[in-house]
Structures are given as C-alpha cells and as structure tokens.
Design a protein around this ligand. Structure first.
Ligand code: HOZ
Length: 427
C-alpha cells in the first residue's frame, strides 16, 4: 500500500470522503488522491516521494509557482511578528491600496478569508443597494458554496453531478435564476420575466469551473448593457481571473467594467484570502459604514496579507510575467492539440491567457451543455496516463489547468511528450 493510500484510508475515517474539498477526492477520475508533501516552482512531491509537474497550482493562486522565495520570505517575516491579531494591521492597508491601484474602478475593498465569503457578501451588498432580491447566475459557473450560489453550479458540484446542493432552502434557491453562458437572449428573457426584481447578474468573466469556457465576443459587453438597462448591478467573480489574466484581471482584458468584483486565493499568494470591492458609494453599504453586515476574525490576517502583498507587488513590478505565462500556455495548448490530432483523438482545447482545458469532444465548447457532452471517461483515462508520467492535471474535466511563471521550457516539453504518449494509450 502506498503512503497516499494509507493516508486516504485514515482520512476517510475522520474527514467526509477523506478530503476537505470534494474535487480532491479523485471521484471523477477514480483512484487514490495523491497526498502532497511539498512544492517548489512548477513541481510538487507526494507523500510517496513521486514528483509531478503541477497544473493545478492550488487552483490558481500560485501564479509564480510553488514556494516562491519572495512570498516565502514575506511570510517568514510576518510570522515572526505574530500570527493573528483580530485588529487592523499595516499590510491589509498596503494590499488594499495596491489592489485598487492595479484594478481600474476598484475604490474600496473588504478582505475575507475565502472567495465563497467574498461572493456571499458582494451579493448582499448588491441586494441592499438595489433593494431587490433576485439574482441571475449562469449554468456551470461556480461562485463558492453559499446557499444562493449552489444553483446549477460548476466545479466540485458539477464534478459530482450535484449542481444543486442538498440542504439549500428552496426559498433561497428560488431567488437565483439561471441563464446560459454566452447566451444574452436567455439573460434578456429573465430580465423581461422579472421586471425590477433582479438585483445583480453574477458571472465568471471567463468561465473556469465547467472547464475553461471563453466569453463570446460581445457577451460581457451585452451583460453590462442589460444590467444598465434594467437597473441591476454586474458582479464579476474574478476569483480565478483576477490578477491572472492581466494586472487588472478580466475587466482590463475585455474592457468591461463591473460594479462589484470578487477576488480569491490569488490575492493571498497561497494563503486563505478573498476580497470583494467596487465603487466607494456601493461599498459604503458595508458595516461599519453601512448596514450590510460582514465580518471575520481572520479577515485581513497579517500573514495572509503579507503573502498576498508580496505576490501582487511582484506582478505589479514585473508585468512581463503575463506575456510569459500566456505564451507558455498558448504553446502548450497548440502542442497538445497537435499531439491529439496526430493519433486521431478528437479534442477541443479552450484557452484564455494562462488557463486552459482539454475537452474530449469534437464540438466547440461555448457553454455548459457542450462541456457536459465531452467524454468524462476519456478525460479520466488521460488524467491517469498523464499522472503516471509525472504530470498532475486537475482531477475533473470541469476544472481549469493553470500555467505558472515556473513552467519553463523543460516542463512544457516534458508535458507535451507525456501528452503524446498518453493519447496513444487511449486508442
Ligand atoms: N472548487 C475548487 C476549484 N475550482 C477546488 C478547491 C479544492 O479542492 O482545493
């Protein structure tokens, strides 16, 4: 029995399903999850000592790779000062200032401990500001696990075939209306059917929790117009895209301004952090300024703030990182597509910047329907064939692959040759 197998056996006795977040259980691909003992650069090592080139990168925050020296040193310095105060600290101001400098339209932010909390609170602000209760989200988009967002949700919910969660009161789910991603007509129809009732439209500007799905030309602009026309707020969930697609995230890349933006793990450099923010007058609804209650002992935690600040400072001072990781991911997507073509395996690869997904399908994947028609069994077989060759992919076809600044020529070449051999194994 491997160490990971032993640990998983023990874990299943004390953790539901042996994990603390469902996708990690390898339920969609089968087999035993690898328990990770360390990471450096693009590589992780499991409890049995096996090394992998990692394309999960903690689901996105590790844009500079694992254990980046500048972030580690910032954390070490912060730890020496203390772990948590439950009181304001300087780095939360520094981080908030830097975020507002990097993201246009962001005037005030509130730090949280996760993206889930950030979304939950942004939605509350939108409801308060508009005096309306209903929300529009998109089928296959994932915005964390608050009650209102577990309606036709992506990510782990989709991976385990439960886009609508148990335990969510029907009354709260009924306030969340779902539209089709890239389908503006479906959004317009919901506005028409619910006049002056929609508080906000929330969207992943690049969907990355049903696999990567690219926003069609005009989709995000169309949402902006529909929200303006109907007096609703537009919330961009940039938990994955924020500070990854560009310094200013998807808003900068696509030139569309949201009213409220949510951020996640990337602003913690690997530590548990989230945030939501937007225009000053909207955020003035948040306690203690306004009556939208939102709080957290570990919000603005000094160690997490130090890590996030070090990472964002690096990105701000070295903007060439973006061109480098986008180029690396583009090259990878092209080479993997060619490898599949050479052996006659139909794949559709969706990529935006340093995010990509390999869908086993002949169809274009522009929405949840197409993503779900891709071949999940083939993905699972490919996942394991790659894992055996030392490449760690997301253990679900409904998640994104993340390329970091530490994925250099050697890693890309190794990944492509592993992909070639793995595709052949699927024949
Ligand atoms: N839902 C997360 C990815 N979109 C996975 C979280 C985790 O398992 O760490």
């Amino acid at each position: 029995m491997s160490v990971s197998e032993e640990l998983f056996t023990r874990a299943k006795r004390v953790l539901p399903g042996g994990v603390n977040s469902p996708v990690r259980a390898f339920g969609a691909v089968g087999g035993t999850p690898r328990f990770i003992s360390g990471g450096r650069g693009s590589r992780i090592t499991d409890a049995d000592g096996a090394k992998y080139i990692d394309y999960v990168c903690s689901w996105g925050p590790l844009i500079l790779g694992h254990n980046h020296p500048q972030i580690r040193e910032a954390v070490e310095r912060a730890v020496r000062r203390g772990l948590s105060f439950g009181a304001p600290c300087e780095d939360e101001v520094n981080l908030a200032e830097l975020m507002c400098e990097m993201v246009s339209g962001l005037e005030t932010v509130r730090m949280t401990s996760s993206g889930t909390e950030a979304v939950m609170s942004a939605v509350r602000v939108a409801r308060r500001a508009t005096g309306r209760e209903k929300l529009i989200k998109f089928e296959g988009c994932y915005h964390g696990h608050s009650d209102a967002m577990l309606v036709k949700a992506g990510s782990g919910a989709l991976t385990f075939g439960k886009p609508d969660s148990g335990g969510v009161p029907a009354s709260s789910a009924s306030l969340t209306l779902t539209a089709g991603y890239n389908n503006l007509l479906s959004v317009a129809a919901l506005f028409d059917a619910n006049p002056r009732e929609i508080a906000a439209v929330i969207v992943e500007p690049v969907a990355a929790n049903m696999g990567v799905v690219v926003p069609a030309d005009g989709f995000l602009e169309g949402l902006r117009k529909l929200c303006d026309k109907n007096g609703a707020l537009l919330i961009f969930d940039e938990v994955i895209t924020g500070f990854r697609l560009a310094r200013g995230g998807a808003q900068e890349k696509y030139g569309v301004a949201a009213d409220l933006v949510t951020f996640g793990k990337i602003i913690g450099g690997g530590m548990p952090v989230g945030a939501f923010g937007g225009r000053r007058e909207l955020m003035a609804n948040v306690a203690p300024l306004g009556d939208v209650y939102q709080a957290g002992t570990l919000s603005g935690n000094p160690v997490a703030m130090a890590a996030g600040l070090a990472q964002l400072r690096y990105l701000n001072e070295n903007p060439e990182v973006y061109a480098a990781i986008d180029g690396a991911c583009a090259e990878l997507a092209t080479a993997v597509a060619e490898a599949a073509k050479r052996v006659g395996i139909p794949v559709t690869i969706n990529r935006v910047g340093s995010l990509m997904t390999v869908f086993f399908t002949r169809e274009e994947v522009t929405d949840f329907g197409a993503a779900s028609r891709s071949d999940g069994e083939r993905y699972a077989a490919w996942f394991h064939a790659m894992l055996r060759r030392g490449i760690y992919l997301p253990p679900s076809r409904y998640e994104a692959m993340f390329v970091s600044a530490a994925h250099a020529r050697r890693e890309l070449d190794r990944t492509v040759s592993a992909a070639r051999a793995s595709f052949k194994e699927l024949l």
